[in-house]
Design a binder for this molecule. Structure first.
Ligand code: PHE
Length: 455
């Protein structure tokens, strides 16, 4: 049960009554889940790991493991009603959990420092596409490398951070909720326009079949682990976001129904994004396993070759920017809620201080990825790649493990808060106790290279 004696100096935003409306919560959580993960990362890893077979694995991982962990995070957040580490402290008397919760506050802070760099790229590309400059020179790979190799990404990252801060500073319902309620319908309209455009291109069918007719021979243990890791990333798990958002959910809202809506919304979005990217790539003879440059290098070539390409290209990058910003908002709220609560700072001060720190930390990511500054390579990875690797492959599964062990084994009142029927509760807690932690440990071992002998 909630132990308020452990409250820290100032009330957490959730303690001072900050709440989402019912629909506001669903919009905000879908906004956080749907992001660059769905539109930038998902297509190139799907391209790399075998198309439809990978999509199938991703779907299974998301439904069987992602949803139970998402439900666990929301339940934990709503019962704890604090920033991540306080929520842990309030729900158990055992020592050490608050410190583990702190890891899940650090993780979104670190992820935001490089995620906002890519968010900045999308805004730059939207601007260049609408203005037609992007299409004035057909060397798209050269354009991309000269952009990321310059200092310009630093300023575009700053723009992404400032926009995010402007939303978070307004608080939960006037900021996060309202922003998502405006952007998400816009996102859906843009998405549908682009799906129709790509499916009506000559040669689209080949792309659809690459994405949707699985070749089971391509399933492998490696692609399953990548799919599981991506299901976590895509649902914003292991990063404190869903725990923090959970703290703002009304007691009367059904968490089971919310979990379903968020999970299916995210999956549907990935599906529709696939229906844009693969038909477009195939129609213009582009290799979908291209890598992180796929949407920035390959797709502009495709847009250039279609009628009204600068309009569709611009819409595509705006879509990407919207999706990115609804996720950066979810990331920034985690450390901000913590700073308000722990240091007793006002929301304005917390947002400002954290944004300045993020800007400083983001600079090496922004300039290292394209080599604007020599010597930013550590081992075989750039600073940007290290940040991505540490966050996505280590901190995120670790966060997932912390949540599943806590909800499955340590906290004794998960059933009271979850409000599931006894049948669903049994299935849920079984997944959270046994299946999810085992699979997450496998992902961690795989990321650490400990399973290399198997592949
Ligand atoms: N889910 C987001 C995406 O798919 C990324 C994210 C991770 C956002 C963790 C918030 C927290 O892009």
């Amino acid at each position: 049960m909630v132990d308020h004696n452990k409250s820290t100096s100032a009330p957490a935003p959730a303690d001072s009554g900050e709440r989402f409306s019912k629909s506001g919560f669903i919009f905000a959580a879908i906004g956080s889940a749907v992001g660059l993960g769905n539109m930038w990362k998902f297509p190139y890893i799907t391209g790399k790991y075998g198309g439809a077979a990978f999509f199938l694995m991703f779907t299974v991982c998301l439904l069987a493991v992602g949803l139970p962990v998402l439900m666990a995070e929301l339940t934990l957040g709503r019962a704890g009603r604090g920033s991540v580490s306080t929520s842990f402290n309030r729900l158990t008397k055992r020592k050490g959990w608050g410190a583990l919760g702190f890891l899940m506050i650090l993780a979104p802070f670190l992820i935001l420092s490089f995620y906002s760099v890519v968010a900045g790229w999308t805004m730059y590309y939207a601007a260049r596409s609408f203005s037609g400059q992007l299409f004035s020179n057909s060397d798209y790979s050269g354009q991309f490398s000269s952009f990321i190799g310059s200092w310009q990404p630093v300023w575009w990252m700053l723009l992404a951070l400032v926009l995010t801060a402007a939303v978070i500073i307004k608080g939960v319902s006037a900021g996060i909720e309202k922003f998502n309620k405006i952007l998400i319908p816009g996102l859906v309209i843009l998405l549908l326009v682009l799906v129709v455009r790509s499916l009506t291109l000559d040669g689209a069918a080949e792309g659809v079949s690459f994405f949707l007719s699985p070749d089971f021979g391509k399933l492998s243990a490696e692609s399953a682990l990548v799919a599981l890791g991506h299901a976590f990333f895509s649902l914003s798990l292991g990063m404190g976001t869903m725990i923090t958002y959970g703290a703002y959910v009304d007691k009367r809202q059904s968490l089971g129904a919310g979990t379903m809506a968020i999970g299916l919304g995210d999956l549907l979005y990935a599906f529709l994004a696939g229906l844009i990217i693969f038909p477009t790539s195939f129609a213009f003879g582009i290799e979908p396993g291209e890598g992180p440059g796929l949407v920035f290098v390959a797709l502009p070539a495709a847009f250039a070759a279609m009628p009204l390409g600068s309009l569709f290209g611009g819409l595509f990058f705006i879509l990407l920017a919207f999706a990115a910003l609804t996720s950066t908002v979810g990331l920034l709220e985690v450390p901000v809620a913590f700073a308000c609560e722990r240091f007793g700072w006002s929301r304005g001060l917390s947002v400002t201080a954290i944004t300045v720190l993020l800007f400083i930390l983001g600079i090496p990511s922004a300039i290292s990825v394209g080599g604007a500054v020599d010597g930013w390579q550590f081992g075989e990875k750039t600073f940007f790649d290290w940040m991505d690797f540490i966050c996505s492959n280590i901190l995120l599964p670790l966060g997932g493990l912390i949540v599943t062990v806590f909800v499955g084994w340590v906290w004794k009142h998960a059933a009271d808060e979850a409000g599931l029927t006894s049948g669903w509760f049994r299935i849920w807690i079984f997944m959270v106790r046994y299946i999810a932690p085992i699979l997450v440990v496998l992902v961690l071992l795989y990321s650490a290279g400990a399973l290399d002998f198997l592949f």
